[in-house]
Design a protein around this ligand. Structure first.
Ligand code: HDE
Length: 687
């Protein structure tokens, strides 16, 4: 096939999805320019005209083809989750799940399953910023030998609504308001909060949305949750209820809100850049797969309905069993072809995985194919390379827009005799999917089960589980968002509603936003779930970014030894100075500068190491001082050499928690790395 080929890096490598994608990759480099019909062209910059200064001619097929293709380059963005980024990887199983599910990729610990994962925000349009306050999508396509299995998850374990029929309502409410299309990518406006107050099933999810979970530090540092209760079904036909989790090896970490907002301007691509760069550097993100399992006979043993998607199963009550690990190890070749065209669907399952009657899940089972039909332009989107299963697929579906398969033969119906009655369904023992035979009976009703009507207990459980700083962040987030709401009535309704979650919480918010403090409310729930607090996650120095502020005349030997010490601990230092190029220490050591204060910003780093040097430039000193103070006020670790201490004198920064001064060189690296592992120091005196 002319023109098809490819960088060595991506060549066939035994990953069955990568091997399959190889045949579709085209490298145009070094080739003659042709039309789409393969005609080589002698000119590509001037349209065909009647005279040098005359009108362009209709006959110019090259011009028409080029412009027409360009005019049709865009497809509709996803109605939700429009902005996203993705990577390839693989899943390996630690322990066979055979007792629970017959899914082959969950039975055989010797096999690796190729995966493609798309992370996203929900509300913003495709060009919006990464670090907005929002839920993150976390959708994984497993290319298994039995067909594609999609785990279309979020980084928050519950949802705004309980029934799929209300999805257009919540989305209309949270998207920019229709009359002026503002605000972009934000829930801080009247219609979202009006929805919340008048649809109180959203209480629990709103607590999560106002928490640090909604401003993750990185896609690599988020949990993923399948949200719904699914079913695993084993070879004997026995079923268990399951909830599915992804647990990041780096722990679950967040930004602070002020920082997140600044990053939206300084680097709107912050999360995708972080994912891309770390994969390029070989810092492959890893997530462990966990399952919570409930026996069918225990369905009614909980004080909530396990089919209600606004409820979690507290991990302390139903432990998460870790069964495997996913590693993301390859960036995409082409964002449109792969990330924009990938089509996920919670209904893409394999034998051994089945649904429950969760009314939210039931709604999703309809919506995803429907949305792909408009977004990807017809029923053959499964043939787009990123969406193709790695196993063969055969049926009697034919034709439609953009059909690529050339099905040979004259038979395209079942049952037939002309093709020996094939393609034919196969039995379960031969790998055929059979729906779980759940017994259902009932009247046709438009109603919601009584067991779905407690909207506040788990919202309180969440609040009870938060640490002091996390509670402060939640109060600040409510106060920010409701502070942007215009309607006094909506503000009051929300405060009155959240009094049922926690009276004190509602009173503080009421004070901050200038409405009447609620007189009644409160909750009798005292239970907490430590697993919900990010304070109980893993803290590691790995891949944390440290800004090294330095000018000419530094102590080269010391700096090199400290940078090596940091790198050996997994930390990623980057050098910031007055200008790009190289700078020299007084002992002749040279260091390459990565950024200036023009090209980067304090908010883009996890910690700062202030080396200084001999620069007397007032501008540099001012910029460096601001940089350090900003990091300080975002509670980040700061390390300083003897020279660098000068920037820390004011505001007593030098005496604060998480500020490490370089007294003894060896000790310094250890102490600074420990501080970096702590991530943030909340007990600082920050105005
Ligand atoms: Fe989605 N959702 N959703 N959703 N969802 C879509 O499908 C929908 C829900 C989630 O990276 C859409 O291809 C309905 C819960 C992710 O491509 C659409 C309901 C959870 C993604 C759709 C829900 C999700 C989507 C838009 C309520 C967490 C991005 C474009 C019944 C478990 C996937 C598309 C990607 C995308 C419908 C609720 C996760 C319109 C009707 C709950 C991660 O089909």
């Amino acid at each position: 096939m002319g023109g098809r080929i490819v960088s060595k890096k991506r060549n066939v490598d035994g990953n069955s999805k990568n091997d399959q994608l190889e045949q579709f990759r085209v490298d145009d480099k070094g080739k003659a320019l042709t039309t789409n019909q393969g005609l080589k062209m002698s000119e590509d910059e001037f349209s065909l005209k009647a005279g040098e200064r005359g009108p362009t001619l209709m006959e110019d097929f090259h011009f028409r083809e080029k412009l027409t293709h360009f005019d049709h380059e865009r497809i509709p963005e996803r109605v939700v989750h429009a902005r996203g980024f993705a990577a390839h990887g693989e899943f390996e199983l630690y322990e066979s799940m055979k007792p629970y599910t017959r899914a082959k990729f969950l039975n055989d610990t010797t096999k690796k399953t190729p995966v493609f994962v798309r992370f996203s925000t929900v509300v913003g349009s495709r060009g919006s910023a990464d670090t907005v306050r929002d839920v993150r999508g976390f959708a994984t396509k497993f290319y298994t030998e039995e067909g594609n299995y999609d785990l279309v998850a979020n980084n928050i374990p519950v949802f705004f609504i309980q029934d799929g029929i209300k999805f257009p309502d919540i989305v209309h409410a949270i998207k920019p308001e229709p009359h002026n299309e503002m605000p972009q990518a934000s829930s801080a406006h009247d219609t979202y909060w009006d929805f919340v107050a008048n649809n109180q099933e959203s209480a629990h999810m709103t607590m999560w949305l106002m928490s640090d979970r909604a401003i993750p530090r990185s896609f690599r540092m988020m949990e993923g949750f399948g949200v719904h209760t699914f079913r695993y079904v084993n070879e004997q036909g026995k079923a268990h209820f399951v909830k599915i989790h992804w647990k990041p090896k780096l722990g679950v970490h967040s930004l602070v809100w002020d920082e997140a907002q600044i990053i939206s301007g300084k680097d709107p691509d912050f999360h995708r850049r972080d994912l891309w760069e770390n994969i390029e550097k070989g810092n492959y993100p890893e997530f462990e797969l966990g399952v919570q399992i409930i026996d069918e006979s225990d369905e009614f043993k909980f004080d909530f309905d396990i089919l209600d998607a606004t409820k979690i199963w507290p991990e302390e009550d139903v432990p998460v069993k870790i069964i495997g690990k996913m590693t993301l190890n390859r960036n995409v070749d082409n964002a449109f072809a792969e990330i924009e065209q990938v089509a996920f669907h919670p209904g893409h399952v394999v034998p051994g995985i089945d649904f429950t009657n969760d009314p939210l899940l039931q709604g999703r089972l309809f919506s995803y194919t429907d949305t792909q039909l408009i977004r990807l332009g017809g029923p053959n989107f499964h043939e787009i390379p990123i969406n193709r299963p790695v196993c063969p697929f055969h049926n009697n579906q034919r034709e439609g827009y953009h059909r690529q398969t050339i099905n040979v033969g004259k038979v395209s119906y079942h049952r037939n005799s002309l093709a020996g009655n094939t393609p034919a369904p196969v039995s379960e023992s031969e790998g055929g999917f059979a729906h779980y035979q759940e017994k259902v009976e009932g009247r046709k009703v438009r109603a919601r089960s009584e067991s779905f009507k407690d909207h506040f207990s788990q919202a309180t459980l969440f609040w009870n589980s938060m640490s002091k700083p996390e509670r402060h962040h939640i109060i600040d987030a409510f106060s920010f968002e409701l502070g942007k709401v215009q309607s006094e009535s909506v503000k009051q309704q929300v405060v009155d509603m959240f009094a049922h979650v926690n009276l004190e919480l509602a009173r503080v918010i009421a004070k901050n936003i200038g409405v009447k403090p609620p007189k009644s409310g409160g909750s009798t729930i005292t239970k907490s779930s430590p697993a919900l607090s990010q304070e109980n996650t893993k803290f590691k120095p790995d891949t944390r970014k440290v800004a090294v502020i330095i000018t000419e005349g530094f102590n080269g030997a010391d700096v090199v030894s400290i940078l090596d010490g940091l790198k050996n601990s997994g930390v990623q230092p980057e050098i910031i100075s007055e200008q790009l190029g190289k700078i020299r220490g007084f002992d002749g050591v040279e260091i390459t500068v990565d950024h200036t204060f023009l090209t980067t910003d304090s908010v883009l780093f996890d910690a700062v190491y202030v080396v200084r040097g001999s620069s007397k430039s007032r501008k540099f000193n001012k910029q460096a001082g601001d940089f350090v103070y900003e990091a300080f006020s975002h509670y980040k670790p700061i390390g300083a050499s003897h020279d660098g201490k000068g920037w820390l004198d004011s505001d007593d920064i030098g005496k604060s928690a998480g500020v490490i001064l370089e007294d003894d060189l060896n000790e310094f690296v250890n102490k600074f790395v420990n501080a970096i592992s702590t991530h943030r120091f909340w007990n600082r005196n920050v105005l």
